[in-house]
Design a protein around this ligand. Structure first.
Ligand code: HEM
Length: 129
């Protein structure tokens, strides 16, 4: 499988899992929610690993300004999962945190979608090495 196909397969799987995390969270299906969070984090780790492999086959600098914008969004999306998960753990103990956990969850999701869009844009513009 080419690195590009492997990357998009993993990225797509991560986004689908993330949607399932949002749906189970909204439905208060805690067991499914937590299992899907663990799967999403694993898929995200595999996606990042594959992204670095892909980066070796194309010249990302040649894509221009979109590359630093994508890198910022990708890092922000990844980092945003830490406070979202922390508030999720606090929500297990105190349901009043649920609203803030939900807000951060949507922020993580929005950043992930923006990272996906700019990532595709960057790869379309980048020259092969
Ligand atoms: C360690 C990680 C996490 C834990 C322990 C956790 C835990 C929880 C709990 C306990 C609830 C409330 C369910 C209920 O009322 O019974 C919840 C809701 C929710 N969770 Fe998570 N969660 C985690 C990660 C995430 C992530 C990564 C996302 C998405 C990016 C997410 C999205 C949501 C959403 C959208 C809700 C519904 C909030 C609302 O109704 O406003 N969670 N979560």
């Amino acid at each position: 499988m080419s690195p590009v196909v492997a990357f998009f397969a993993l990225f797509g799987a991560t986004l689908v899992l993330l949607i399932a995390v949002l749906v189970t969270g909204r439905a208060a299906r805690r067991r499914a929610h937590l299992a899907l969070v663990a799967l999403t984090v694993s898929a995200l780790g595999a996606t990042i690993w594959q992204a670095y492999r892909l980066g070796e086959t194309v010249d990302l600098e040649s894509a221009g300004w979109i590359t630093p914008v994508h890198m910022l969004l990708a890092r922000s999306a990844t980092l945003s999962f830490a406070p979202t998960a922390l508030l999720g753990l606090l929500t297990l103990r105190d349901g009043r945190r649920r609203r803030w956990h939900g807000r951060l969850a949507w922020l993580s999701f929005a950043l992930s979608v923006l990272a996906a869009v700019t990532g595709v844009w960057m790869l379309v513009l980048a020259e092969p090495r």
